[in-house]
Design a protein around this ligand. Structure first.
Ligand SMILES: NC(=O)c1ccc[n+]([C@@H]2O[C@H](COP(=O)([O-])OP(=O)(O)OC[C@H]3O[C@@H](n4cnc5c(N)ncnc54)[C@H](O)[C@@H]3O)[C@@H](O)[C@H]2O)c1
Length: 328
């Protein structure tokens, strides 16, 4: 598929975060006129260093997607909206459900209202999550699997996703949603376990400290390298054939936590880990084994992940060995 974004005016919410910044940098390289919007809320994944080297090639607006007046203005004149801003901690969504509600649900509706009022011709790609499915009834999980999230975050992301699909169907505001699985790579938030266990594992192996696996380590997951996810997002933006649809992303390279830990240590050349009991507040919201059936997007757009776990982890570790000062 030819990806042509030269001269395209794009807006990326969450653009200073992990995936948003990768997308912003890629679109800049493709010749797009890129505007990143991010609130830089402390403890979230936004980091100005994520766009190091690109500061003069793209624009950044520090704004909060909950601010309707800002969004009314920012969507104007844009051809594409890549809507990635989100509160991404499952645990935080349980401790502070209203903030998650405001960002992942209410703000999504107001972003769509901003488009309806000010730029109904815009094309939107929304990043949803596998968390919508909750604890799988069967594996691999396809898009027909029931949605029964195990946490507040999954419920609010579900609403956020369906507002996009609704606005596509009712108002013709072209939108597609991608349900991402665990995504990793350089510039992911690794400071602590707030967003993902893999982040803190990476930090600790680099620091030469042991890291913890919760439970028996037999939980199976799939992982996508960030560049593969950016490919899928751009492919969805490039065709109107996917409008109004939801697609899983995933990988055929499924792995349990014990094997993933061993792989990380092997790629790093050193490291230690230990099994610890599941923390009591995490256990009820854990989804157990998960991996996606991504045949739908593969069949429609030919998307297949290109980067295997070993190579992806090697790129990620190289990055943090070099730049960890900017991330913890
Ligand atoms: N990384 C993953 O494994 C994964 C898995 C499933 C879904 N996703 C989805 O992908 C998207 C991007 O995630 P990421 O991994 O890059 O996370 P991230 O935390 O690195 O990026 C999210 C960005 O959104 C910004 N943001 C949060 N609230 C905001 C607000 N109110 N206004 C403006 N900006 C705000 C943050 O500052 C941050 O820069 C999210 O929508 C997330 O739900 C990610």
């Amino acid at each position: 598929m030819v990806l042509s974004f030269s001269g395209a005016r794009v807006l990326v919410t969450g653009g200073l975060g992990f995936i948003g910044s990768a997308l912003g940098r890629r679109l800049t390289d493709l010749g797009a006129d890129v505007l990143l919007v991010d609130s830089l809320i402390p403890e979230y994944g936004g980091n100005l260093f994520n766009i190091a080297g690109y500061e003069n090639r793209l624009k950044v607006n520090i704004a909060d997607v909950r601010d309707e007046f800002s969004m009314d203005h920012l969507v104007q004149g844009r051809d594409f909206l890549f809507n990635l801003a989100g509160q991404n901690s499952h645990l935080d969504s349980m401790r502070d459900p209203y903030t998650d509600l405001d960002i992942n649900c209410r703000a999504q509706l107001s972003i769509l209202e901003a488009c309806r009022k000010n730029n109904p011709g815009i094309k939107i790609v929304f990043t949803s999550t596998r968390q919508l499915y909750g604890k799988p009834d069967y594996l691999p999980v396809d898009e027909r699997h029931l949605l029964h999230p195990t946490d507040v975050n999954g419920i609010n992301k579900m609403a956020g996703e369906w507002y996009h699909i609704l606005y596509n169907h009712v108002y013709g505001i072209r939108a597609v949603s991608l349900r991402l699985t665990n995504t990793y790579g350089p510039r992911m938030r690794v400071k602590d376990a707030r967003q993902t266990f893999l982040g803190i594992w990476i930090r600790r192996v680099i620091e030469g400290l042991p890291f913890d696996i919760f439970g028996d380590g037999m939980q199976v997951r799939d992982f996508n390298y960030v560049d593969d996810v950016v490919d899928a997002i751009l492919m969805c933006a490039s065709t109107d054939e996917v409008n109004g649809q939801v697609y899983n992303l995933g990988s055929d390279e499924t792995i349990n936590f014990n094997d993933l830990a061993a792989l990380l240590v092997s790629v790093n050349g050193s490291g230690e880990y230990r099994l610890v009991p599941f923390p009591s507040e995490r256990k009820p919201i854990d989804i157990g084994d998960y991996y996606a059936d991504y045949r739908r997007i593969r069949g429609k757009l030919g998307w297949i992940p290109q980067v295997n776990l070993r190579d992806g982890l090697a790129h990620t570790l190289d990055y943090y060995h070099q730049y960890h000062d900017h991330y913890w």
